[in-house]
Design a binder for this molecule. Sequence first.
Ligand code: BGC
Length: 789
Amino acid sequence: MTGWTWEYEGYEPADERLRESLCTLGNGYFATRGALPECSADDVHYPGTYVAGCYNRLTSDVAGRRVENEDLVNVPNWLPLRFRLRGRPWLTPDTATVLEHRLVLHLSSGVLERLTSYGLGNGRALTVRQERLVHMADPHLAALRTEFTADGFSGELHVEAALDGGVTNAGVERYRDLDGHHLTHEHAGTAEHDTVWLRCRTRTSDIRIGMASRLTADAPVTIRHARPRTTQRTRLQLVPGRPATVDKTVAVYTSRDPAISDPLYAAVARVGRAPAFDELLRSHRTAWAQLWRRADLDVPGEAGSILRLHLFHVLQTLSPHTADLDVGVPARGLHGEAYRGHVFWDELFVLPFLNLHFPEVSRALLRYRHRRLEQACTAALNAGRRGAMYPWQSGSDGREETQQLHLNPRSGRWLPDHSHLQHHVGSAIAYNVWQYCEASGDTEFRHTKAAEMLLQIARFWADAARYDKVLGRYRIRGVVGPDEYHDAYPDAQQPGLNDNAYTNVTASWVLTRTLELLHGLPEPRRRELAERTGLDDEELDLWDEISRTLHVPFHEGVISQFDGYGDLAELDWHRYRQEYGDIRRLDRILEAEDDTVNRYQASKQADVLMLGYLFAPEELQGLFARLGLWLDEETWQRTVDYYLHRTSHGSTLSGLVHGWILTRARRAEAWQFVQEALRGDIADVQGGTTGEGIHLGAMAGTLDLVQRGLTGLETREGALWLDPVPLPELSSYGLSLRYQGNWGVRLRLRHGRLEITVPSSDETPIDVRLPGRAVRLEPGETGRLLLPE
Ligand code: BGC
């Protein structure tokens, strides 16, 4: 790792999947894993390509049941390019001698460079140097340049490039019992003498995919179609020391794309118009340079390099092109098949970062949710509820996509999956809607789609809450909180828990904010909404009452994760650590021992503590005060300590959230958790999961940890609030933001001094609030503030 490159030396089959994920190239529209073009999918290599939002649904038989799953489809592989000396086997690092092997991911330009030297015996070698890009300016294009150099011999090199429609979704071992054949009706053909095409469609969602590939070489190209592949071949005459080049340029379209007639025609036409590799590279670099300027994050040292890699992958998954798409935030990026490309609550960790750089992308991601509002209302209706019940896992049309069964690889058992009871996802959407509106000042969205979504999410919570006469409070029963280890009370017949504190407090927040938003609507708009949704004053009064009286359980002077958490058994953490070492997936360990984590005070990830992640201390105290509860600093710190000792961090989000709240609390342990979050994917801390796709929430979350966590930045009441906290290991940093129409607002913190520069424009001044201070910065002005010790 250097400041702007990410490098791997030597060929390590065991690390290949991890490298492929971390060397994925993408542009928000599609992404391709960093697999070696001469290798096909097997136990070592997995060359997947994914188009954002391209899903397909299949039914499989597992454990005697028919289960339906929707997957982000692994579309035809555009990468294949293999080579061999005349009459010899194809060269791959698994079958030939590798003298040298290097992968360099250039973050500044979005280029993956690869160099391999194959030993051919008798002092002869073939060096293969490749540069690959997935074009950031034209989202439908990708290109691969290959240079072959002979050392110690002259001869004919056979090169074969292909588009391969024979791929399946097979990237995640746990899913192998499930049907992964998503493509059908593959057809191939020739467009021009140097261009071939492949078309196919997904089996049930009927998305048509068109791909075209142009091969440019220093020798004639021949074409052969052998369904489901189409190949282009050439024979290069190699002379020692003189590189011979082959360029492959590819275009991808699907029938989901706007402004096309049909995807195949679009792909062929696009590749026909595409300039040569050098020109593609030039425009690609320019697009990346612009992206880096818009999302500038300058942190020195190793942490800075990791953050840059995280930013790179966030921008490859959610780029300015995303603003034109109907897609959500895929939990594992477009980098692999884990969680099937589904959209969870993880956008809670992603949008706050995007809001301040690419608000149009945030808006598009929220529009994905808005388009599925009707589906969420139908889900609520089917469950006998009012309002909108957003799915825990969302895919193409917004129905609940959470698997019905999941496999515990430790025990080999397929188990019922109750994680769909995580209705708190609705509050995450509401939180993001609110944050987006505050950061962007987008009143049009606030008055229309934001109001519509908030209203229905609030209505769902109000309807879910039931009055308990004994407690004199409203309760929400039968849910699962962010800690998805606990999905039922021990020995209960039904899944679900009561009064998950995170769920109830955020539900109260949603109700309160919705009332505020509705109150602030222009009267004609409020009337329209009321007419359309049947909202009346009585319902609003009820929301107000519920928002003040939801039950939040406590035990031993700490907030209970849910009612009864304190009655669960204590786990012998020491024993389990001794016996198993890594106990992040404690749920699987216990289940394999015929026990269940439901019996113990043991959490997968931050649950109650998520409250400290979403809300600054004052706001959290205010929320509790509204509920008639007193949350002082001591109680909160006791709560933090309590759960810190009872959490196994089985999700990459856990280290992030703990790092954040411990940093905000100025606690010494903070760095340990921040590091866990920083190392989550590069060191694959969840043991083999990064190879199945990056953890986008944790990656974006670490960026936001600097942007909002360290700076204490909040956008509310029309002002930019800052309250920096020191983290000795990350004590100087700079970033630029887009805030309410002001592009490139620069924030720099160094040696306890904060500098804010607002670039010249005809925008209105920015109000900046620091503890005990308020300043107004005109465009073109720089404010320098000394922070208190
Ligand atoms: C976490 C969830 C998260 C999901 C997708 C799970 O392991 O527990 O909170 O939404 O991964 O990233």
